[in-house]
Ligand binder design. Sequence first.
Ligand SMILES: Cc1cc2nc3c(=O)[nH]c(=O)nc-3n(C[C@H](O)[C@H](O)[C@H](O)COP(=O)(O)OP(=O)(O)OC[C@H]3O[C@@H](n4cnc5c(N)ncnc54)[C@H](O)[C@@H]3O)c2cc1C
Ligand SMILES: *[C@@H]1O[C@H](CO)[C@@H](O)[C@H](O)[C@H]1NC(C)=O
Length: 371
Amino acid sequence: MWLLVVVVCFLVWAVGTYWYLFGKPSPFSVESVRPPGPLELDQKKRHKILKQGFRKEKVPENLDAIVIGSGIGGMTAAATLAKLGKRVLVLEQHDQAGGCCHTFTEKGFEFDVGLHYIGQLHENSLFKIVMDQITEGQLQFVELDKHIDTIVIGNGEKSRKYTIYSGKTEMEEHLKEQFPDDTKAVEEFFKIMKMSARKTHFLAALKLIPQWVALFLLKSGIANLCSSIFRLVGTNATAVADSLTSNKDLHIIFYYLFYGVPPKESSCVINALLLHHYKRGAYYPKGGASEIPFHITKVIQKFGGRVLVRAPVNRILVDNKGAAYGVTVKQDQEDVEVRAPVIISNCGVFSTFKKLLPSHIQSKPGQLFNH
Ligand SMILES: Cc1cc2nc3c(=O)[nH]c(=O)nc-3n(C[C@H](O)[C@H](O)[C@H](O)COP(=O)(O)OP(=O)(O)OC[C@H]3O[C@@H](n4cnc5c(N)ncnc54)[C@H](O)[C@@H]3O)c2cc1C
Ligand SMILES: *[C@@H]1O[C@H](CO)[C@@H](O)[C@H](O)[C@H]1NC(C)=O
């Protein structure tokens, strides 16, 4: 009898898990990727896609979702939903789409605002597949030379110059050649890089399970027993570098790919992941960074959605049950209301909570997540 119960429970779990993972329609398909078309160089035609100004009449009817912010995060969410057949409106405050991927021209030259290079875009990598899907194969990347970076430390006569090579084994070997007394430290750091890359999904898993389970796993130490990634993620970058070597130049090499937070205040995992990101090569979008929003916008439009700019969202509308049902866009001193059952904010957690959500949710953010 008990055996039967156990077997039935197992079957329900197995079928449920299978359905959960594979039973839903996938937004992605091999057929949706076309060979790339010619580069669009006519600025007027590009602006027609990237600079569509907000007007109430341009908002599609029966929206399925609104995305606030047209950075790569918002655009990726919007295009993925679009490919599931959803009608999505992306609202951008700037006068063109793209966020940190937009470009501007000055005296006939086009400038990126951020992007230097992107990693992990080799054939069949996850990023390459995702990029191909959300642009239907229209975004092309060019691989940079193996020598991807030069780091100069110090000024004048005392300055030291190091170079970073990409390549599955070359990156590590090339660093060892430049730091012959610290080959062990380099090896250890590359182990941390590899482990960080392989085990980040454990960290994501903690976000998917109920919070109390996650806290229990962390506080009881069970998580640490499962993988050392949990201990490592809470260790700051400086502490790890100090434990590996006293060579300050090597510290800088480990953490030169910074993102605004000093190493002593950031997790060593994020730093390790950044260097790991370029191990298989660094890539630049053919035609510049604006090619990214240019092609994603077309995919969103193909499924009935739109990307509208000069559309600063100033409020997320929330009903008395705490569910978001729309936003207001500031236009000519007026607030224009736009409604959709799903609101995705990609304009940063601080702006979202401090500026866009009503004050009772700002003070009790947990309430929002219960709905
Ligand atoms: C100088 C620099 C160099 C970088 N170099 C690289 C690199 O070489 N390789 C790499 O991979 N990454 C690089 N990055 C990082 C990368 O560009 C960003 O991580 C990424 O583009 C961020 O995307 P996002 O969608 O999170 O946000 P963002 O691109 O910041 O998009 C947020 C958007 O929301 C809009 N917004 C904000 N508030 C509102 C509102 N109320 N209403 C409507 N819209 C709103 C903003 O105008 C913005 O367009 C670099 C970043 C910078 C700044
Ligand atoms: C970094 O980690 C070390 C060692 O665990 C710790 O002593 C130090 O306070 C940490 N630094 C910061 C800024 O948290």
